[in-house]
Design a protein around this ligand. Structure first.
Ligand SMILES: Cc1cc2nc3c(=O)[nH]c(=O)nc-3n(C[C@H](O)[C@H](O)[C@H](O)COP(=O)(O)O)c2cc1C
Length: 327
């Protein structure tokens, strides 16, 4: 009962402001929560975009998460799109965003992660979601992804090549075999370089848009797997528009409306890669209930991620899923 009331109050405030004060609220709440000594059998993660700048990562194990994806991180800091750029639609349990990769850049965020990582419980995995700066032309995108990866060679547990945000012009055009092969190879090159001091084999995932299906999805999955990609994050937000003061703003929808599409992309991908159990699937998009979370895991997701569902269900949602899974 407590969360729906607090949520109603919080939803009276501008969405991005609420996001900021929620982080403060989480820090207060965390004072009364126990940090797990170790993370075991916890496939529940926090999706990219919530903790873009690695501000609350240290709290996430307490909130029931087994992994978190920070970012999207771009090589240089950038401010993102002008505000307002985040909207809620509580009636449909959806969120609309057109943030545009606002983040502090690879230098600052990687230094933060270096400091935080040793204090995280063993087994808690940190993914770094890699992106390109808005001003970088698409032809030079691979260099941006490689640059961000280089900054996190000591700290990332996995990388995610994000070519599926609808809020960076031209980004989704990189969802082709030609463009993605260049990016994957550039990131793989970083792993093989002397800069990878510990010589760690960091898994590389690719995050795709929910609109990719059939002939635009399956060959991509197969060819990228053949290139050595470890898995896929399915899916990003669904491209659409939001009418704000008579103006139609382009951006991406997340939450309940994405649930069926995201589930379908998972089962489509599993079917296409049938028999290849080494390819890992992280399912994200519209996981709004414990039942949906369990359904994704039973349908072949190795891990799931929450974003909009966490906001609507409240801070204990990941715990709830975890307990349901282990009961
Ligand atoms: C405000 C907001 C910001 C986001 N930022 C990013 C981002 O920077 N990088 C990314 O890969 N996905 C980003 N996402 C997409 C989420 O990671 C996730 O793929 C999507 O929201 C679907 O999951 P959901 O329905 O549980 O929210 C963002 C989503 C929201 C709502």
């Amino acid at each position: 009962m407590f969360w729906p009331i607090l949520r109603t109050v919080l939803f009276l405030l501008p969405a991005e402001f609420t996001h900021e004060i929620s982080k403060f609220g989480m820090r207060l709440m965390a004072l009364f929560m126990k940090q797990p000594k170790e993370i075991r059998n916890n496939p529940i993660g926090l999706a990219a975009g919530f903790d873009k700048n690695c501000e609350i990562l240290d709290l996430l194990p307490k909130f029931g998460f087994g992994h978190a994806e920070i970012g999207t991180v771009t090589p240089k800091p950038q401010g993102g799109n002008p505000k307002p750029r985040l909207f809620r639609n509580p009636r449909d349990k959806t969120i609309f965003n057109r943030m545009g990769f606002n983040n502090l850049g690879a230098g600052i965020i990687s230094e933060r992660l270096k400091k935080i990582k040793p204090a995280l419980p063993p087994g808690f995995k940190v993914g770094v979601n890699l992106g390109k700066n808005k001003i970088t032309p698409d032809e030079q995108a691979a260099g941006d992804y490689a640059r961000v990866a280089r900054a996190f060679l000591d700290t990332a547990d996995y990388f995610v090549i994000n070519v599926s945000s609808p809020n960076t012009p031209g980004l989704r055009a990189l969802q082709t075999i030609e463009a993605l092969s260049l990016i994957v190879k550039a990131v793989q090159q970083e792993l093989l370089s002397p800069a990878n001091l510990k010589n760690r084999a960091i898994p590389i995932y690719v995050k795709l848009a929910p609109e990719l299906t059939g002939d635009s999805l399956i060959p991509l999955l197969k060819e990228l797997t053949a290139l050595g990609v470890s898995g896929f994050v399915l899916t990003n937000t669904q491209a659409g528009h939001y009418i704000y003061r008579g103006e139609s703003l382009p951006g991406g929808w997340s939450g309940k409306n994405l649930s069926t599409t995201s589930f379908n992309r998972l089962t489509e991908a599993k079917k296409a890669l049938k028999g290849d159990f080494s390819v890992r699937m992280i399912s994200v998009g519209g996981i709004m209930t414990t039942e949906e979370a369990i359904k994704r895991l039973k349908s072949g997701a190795n891990e799931i991620q929450l974003y909009t569902g966490w906001i609507y269900q409240g801070p204990l949602f990941a715990h709830k899923i975890y307990h349901e899974l282990h009961s």
